[in-house]
Each structure stands twice: as C-alpha cells, then as structure tokens.
Design a protein around this ligand. Sequence first.
Ligand code: ARG
Length: 576
Amino acid sequence: MFNFSTVDQELADAVSNAFHDAYPDQLPDTISFSVVKTGDARHGDYQCNDAMGLAKVLRMAPRQIAEAVVESLERHPSIASVEVAGPGFLNFRLDSSWLSERLLQVEAEGHGGVPHVGDGRTVIIDYSSPNVAKPMHIGHIRSTVIGNALDRLHRRLGYRVIADNHLGDWGTQFGLILMGYRNFLNEEALEASPVEELERVYVKSASRSKEDESWLEAARNELVKLQQGDEENRKLWRMFVELSLKEFNKIYSRLDVRFDLERGESYYNDALPGVLERLDSAGLLVESEGAQVVDLEEEKLGVCIVRKRDGGFNYATTDLATVFSRTDEFSPETILYVTDERQQRHFKQFFTVVEKLGVKVDLRHVWFGLMRLPDATFSTRDGNVIKLEALLDEAETRARAMVDASSPEMPEEQKQDVARAVGMGAIKYADLSQNPQSLVTFTWEKAMALDGNSAPYLQYAHARIRSVLDKHAVQFPDDDVMEHPFAVAEPLERLLMLKLIQFPESVIAATRNYRPNLLADYLFDLAQTYSTYHQSIPFLKAEDGIRESRMRLIRQVAGVLREGLNLLGIETPDRI
Ligand code: ARG
C-alpha cells in the first residue's frame, strides 16, 4: 500500500510545522494550514495563503509573518525555493530531483500512486435506481454515470464500496399497471419492446382513472391484492420486474456498470410497519389529517408523511427502512444517494428523521442538475420520451463514422470495439466533465470534439502515446527505458512530471467533493500539456539516453490517462 501522502498534504504538513516552530505557543489550537496548486506557473508550483489569516492573532504584518518561515521551509526535501509575494502569499517551487524521485515511486507503485485513504471504511452508493415498467430516462443515465464514477473512485481509494441499485419496483403505480395490462395490452408490442409497452398501458390506465372513478377504485383493489400477496397479481408483478431488469441490464452492460446489490423498494416491504413502531416509540409520530407524519416544522421542512390516509406507506417510509437495514447489515460510515435535484426536499426530510432517531451514519444526497438535450440531438425521435437507448445508439453511430475516417484500414471487429468505447466514453464524459450541480446542455459537437474537452480527445491523446511507444519498440528493440531516469531536460518535462504526481490529489478532490469533473479537468490539463510536449520535443529522433528517458515519461502519462479515464468508467483503446 502507498504510505506517503499527496503532495499538497505533505506541503501543508511542512508549512504547519514551520509555523509552529516560528511561533511556539502563539497559534490557536484549532489552526490548520493548507496549500493549493498555483493558477499561474510563474508564481511557483504551490501556494499557501494562511499567513494573511494570522495577522490578527499575531498582530504582525502578513508579509512579516510569512518571512519567518521561509528559511525552515527551504530545508524541506521537496522544496527548492520559497518566495513571499503580494500581501503575504507563500509560493513554493518543488525540487526537480525530488519530483523525479517521487515519480519513480509512483511508477513502481502503479495506479498513478493513489493512496488508500479509504482503507477500513465502508460507503454505500445508491445510484441509477430506475423505476420498473418505465423506460430509463436521461435523469437515470446521469445518476448511473455519476454514481458509477463515484463508485470507481471510492474503490480505487481503498474504500469498501457497496453499489446498490434501489429500483422503484413497488408502490401505487402497480395497481394502475395491472389494470392497464389486463385491458389494453398489445402482445406483439410487449414482445418487441416490453418496457415501452408497459409504460404505454400504464399511461392509458392512469388517464382513464382520472375520468373514471370506478377504474381508480378497481386499480386500488388490485394494488391491495398485490400487497396482500394475491398469487395472480404477484406473478404479473414479478414479470414486470423481470422484463424491466432485462432491459436495464442491456444498458448497464453497454455502460459497463455493475452493482453489488439490486434491492428494490419491494425488498423492504415487510419492514415498513416496524418503521412506524420505531418512530412511535421515539415519540416522533403524530397524526395529521388522518395521515401519520413526523413533524419537521422546526427544521422548516414541513411534515414527512410516513403513512398515508388510505393506510399506504410512502417513499420516505421505504427509505427509512432501507437506512435501518443498511446500517444493521453493513455498518457504513457514509451512504450516498445520487439523484436529480428535484428530490432534495425528500432527502432533507428523511435525513432529518434519521438524525432524530439517533442513527449514526453520514447520509449525503449527491444531487445533480438537469441535462438539456436540444431537439436536434436525435435524427429520429418518437414521442416525447427521450430514450436512453436511442442516445447510446446514436453515440456509437457517430463514433463509428469517426473511426471509419481516422482508421479505414482497421479490422471490422476492432472498429466496432473502438466505436463502442468512443461512443460510450463521449456520453459519459459529456456528463462527468461538468459540475454535476449546473445545468448542462448536451451537444454532439462538444461531446465528440477531437480538439476540445471531450472523451475522444483524451482517448486520442492516450492512443497517440501508445503509438509512439510502439514505434519506439520497433525502431529501438534494444532500448531498456527502465535503465534511464525520467527526463527533466526541458521545462515541459518538469511540468509533465509535476502534473503526473498531482494525479492522486485530483482523485481525492473528486471523491471528497463528489465531483468527478475535478478529475476530468485534471486529465484534460494533462492531455493538453502532453500535446504541447508532443508537438515541440523530438522523441524518436532524440539522442541515445534522452530518448529512453522521454519514452519512460510519456509511458507514465499514458498510464495516468488510462487510469484516470478508467475511474470515470471510460475505456482507452490503444488505437483510434
Ligand atoms: N426510483 C427513484 C426515481 O427514479 C430514485 C430512487 C433513489 N434512491 C432512494 N433511495 N430514494 O426517482
């Protein structure tokens, strides 16, 4: 296991020690120091802004405060020089031989040197979670793609991850679906596209129920029968679940997404009465207009309904039962719920109830904004539901056209593989490269841009390095790159090394902030730096010794691109 910390952490520790040495007994106990990457390389590699915050405590000018730690910081093995700038910034330049030493360790360790900061910790990630008998929509793809990236990131950091697909497979809609199925079913359509047909009969049944009171009554009866275990209704319900899962699984396999658990809402059905008992004995249950609720007025969250007037349980009741079951069985430190922003209130409410019950677990709603798909996104579009499959198909078709143009000589099978990797990568990256909480407008131009911040651009950068390495192996079969140090002859080489050792920081930041886009930004930056290097520095024509060093360096760049994209669920074919 990797036992050294990230560079920013190591520097922050050094700064902390230096300040404590310079100002013994004068610093507040609660103080912590942090160091960040500089935005502008002219100011050094990292900077610390904490001297400014100390002016009041120490009653000194910030520049003067900072000056006092320069000398001791410069003795730190990782630091070449420290400069006090502006009102009192500390700017650090890392030592080049320390950089290459560090990169050697990273290379030996593999996986880009990401430390196992999550060892011994369990996180449950509740993501994707589509509803049975309804096609997955664009919100579910975002949950699937973002949730899966968080899943991969946590695993890489050593967490024990339990990925749970909390399917919406229970609830009031099933009464209507049963009625629709029995009265409006088109067998052929069910055969051809089961989930679409189930949704169609549901929609028809739902609209009938709005005009026809007796229809609604009948649907309620069917639901009660289902809940009481009526054999016929159970059988149909199981079939709806199976048909839906079959279709969802096609999408999961295209997106290379796997779950550890697929416990739908129905899994918790028997535990629902117990939730009410537990709330009751904690004195939290009150009656309101015939329903059973938990009063959250004090928290300005209204009331959380746990049992409706008609006796039925609610979405929140199931989520409470789910937390109890998960904490009992897995003792997680954290549970993440990945859904769109419209569910914020629901999660705030039920998190508050869990807290009131004194259950110790860190619950987080990782919400994302909506994604806009302009009308022009699809060449064919039937109805107004945007189906996920259509989006994935279109991505592969467009990627295939790209591959046909760039590598006409590639064997057919390989072309298909590459088109799939590029198409799925483009869809995922378009999502993951944005701040999840902003409104995203999807366009194919952006998603597929070979010259912009896109998966194809990054995949291409990776493939380009692979091809240089292959050429090198052919032209210089006797070169052994491992016998040479990493190259630091050129400023760009130093910059590449610096960026390479910053990979773990970006993985940790993306994970801790639940923002995979922080990793995407890093990878794009690395790929751009490589691209400049590629254009301005000779590789295969470089002299003996230098050539091997450069190969070793770019091999490490390819490795980090591959590792990083993999954490986003994106493949890196060797050729594009
Ligand atoms: N099935 C829900 C939906 O499609 C999402 C479920 C999210 N997870 C949860 N534990 N509530 O909106």
